[in-house]
Ligand binder design. Structure first.
Ligand code: AMP
Ligand code: ZN
Length: 448
């Protein structure tokens, strides 16, 4: 089976040839855990989960690494604003992130390294870069010296003017060059920090991924991914650090061979982001009773490289499609089947999920429930019990009484605007393995 992916580094759709066909290695930049992630963040998670599933289908072994950034200035600010310590805060949001991943039917990465567990590796990278003349120490900082790496900018294609455009206004006086970026920065008394040969401090963001990718995958590895906004500066800087630390100053692909970037999730044409305030979290949607699989389907409805506009209508359509498919799965006895070739071909062609969805509809129209279910598994949908999905089990359940009582109590709490109580009843139900969904016909429940 031949896979083809658009590689941001070569700017072409290339046939994928793993470095080792017996073990494919994939890295995707994960979240900075200072708050609840929004649906835009999960577009990346769902896209790379689908890629991971495809690779696993084709190759005998895949290692998928996706990091948790648990030291960052945004985290420090959030912790001090909320009066929480950093470890408590990052653990809380890591857990919520992983709960959301599971709700969205993502397999957890094989390895989810935390930045704070890799400080020695980051310090070592800084030392190697200094020793090779690519970095220098200034006022407690370690900085990467961009002019030492003429190939810099090759991933994003940014000119030198564009590289320094953001920095020009206020270039730190200790920088030798306006484009130089921070590998390590000093921490003052109460700020989180680690002892290092450069003084007590903490890592810059980019060095974290260089250290974690190398620690868990070795260099070079096959595929590196993330959102398109990470191309510059984050991924450009990862490449610079990792290539230069090992003396590969001409070959940008000595860090990762293939670079895959997902487009933005947008709202009315604008990037969904915390700072614009136009964001929706998975938590919000799940609490409103939108199923994780519906969110997932809506995120896969567009091609991963294109912007995808998030609309109510998109969510409704995703639900209607999945309901339709589950009805066929419910109507027939579904036997084990191979993944239909049409579906595999579509996904193998640069993860063409809109084509996959068209093929799912063709299978539906042909009444091929077995093919539909096998195809669904490849992109992480249609694996629920159809009766449970369609809410058909509720009445027959011997436990229904206590569940109905709790649902009624929650409705009463909501009516009385006691939302804390309503939420705690929902949590209690979830604790007992019962997932509820508010619909126009009332609250439905199923075993989750
Ligand atoms: P952040 O926490 O902002 O570093 O983002 C975590 C991941 O989500 C990165 O891979 C980003 O590129 C990605 N991301 C953030 N916002 C969006 C968006 N609106 N659409 C798609 N991906 C996004
Ligand atoms: Zn990264």
């Amino acid at each position: 089976m031949q896979l083809r992916f658009y590689n941001s580094l070569t700017r072409s759709k290339d046939i994928f040839t793993p470095l080792d066909a017996g073990h494919v290695r994939l890295y995707a930049c994960g979240p900075t855990v200072y708050d609840v992630a929004h649906i835009g963040n999960f577009r990346m998670a769902v896209v790379f989960d689908v890629l991971n599933r495809l690779l696993r289908h084709v190759y005998p072994r895949v290692t998928y690494v996706s990091n948790i950034t648990d030291v960052d200035d945004k985290i420090m600010i959030a912790a001090s604003e909320r009066g929480e310590d950093i470890v408590t805060l990052t653990q809380k949001y890591t857990k919520i992130y992983n709960d959301d991943l599971r709700s969205l039917k993502c397999e957890l990465p094989d390895i989810q390294p935390r930045a704070t567990d890799h400080i020695p590796q980051m310090i070592k990278l800084c030392e190697d870069l200094i020793a090779r003349g690519h970095a220098y120490v200034a006022e407690g900082h370690v900085l990467f010296h961009v002019p030492s790496f003429p190939a810099y900018g090759g991933l994003s294609g940014r000119s030198r003017d564009d590289q320094i455009a953001g920095a020009r206004v206020d270039v730190a006086p200790y920088k030798k060059d306006a484009a130089d970026f921070v590998l390590w920065k000093p921490s003052t008394g109460e700020q989180v920090g680690w002892d290092s040969p450069f003084g007590r401090g903490r890592p810059g963001w980019h060095i974290e991924c260089s250290a974690m990718a190398e620690a868990h995958l070795g260099l070079p590895f096959d595929i590196h991914g993330g959102g398109a906004d990470l191309k510059f500066p984050h991924h450009e800087n990862e490449i610079a650090q990792s290539c230069c630390a090992h003396g590969h100053t001409h070959d940008l692909s000595h860090f990762a061979k293939v670079w895959i970037h997902n487009g933005f999730l947008t709202v009315e044409g604008e990037k969904m982001s915390k700072s614009l305030g136009n964001f929706t979290t998975a938590q919000d949607l799940l609490a409103k009773g939108v199923k994780g699989e519906v969110i997932r389907y809506a995120l896969l409805a567009g091609h991963y490289r294109q912007p995808l506009d998030w609309t109510q209508n998109g969510v409704h359509q995703a639900k209607a499609q999945l309901d339709k498919f589950y009805k066929l799965l419910h109507a027939q006895e579904v036997l084990e089947a191979d993944i239909p070739h049409t579906v595999l071909e579509a996904l193998a062609d640069d993860l063409n999920t809109p084509k996959v969805i068209a093929e799912l509809n063709a299978l539906y129209n042909a009444g091929d429930a077995a093919g539909l279910k096998a195809a669904g598994a490849l992109i992480g949908i249609l694996q629920d019990n159809p009766r449970a999905w369609l809410g058909l089990d509720n009445q027959a359940d011997g436990d229904a009484d206590w569940i109905t009582d709790l649902i009624n109590a929650r409705a009463a709490a909501k009516k009385a605007k006691d939302f804390a109580m309503a939420d705690s009843i929902r949590a209690e139900l979830l604790n007992q393995g019962i997932v509820i969904e508010d619909t126009k016909d009332g609250t439905l429940w199923r075993r989750g």
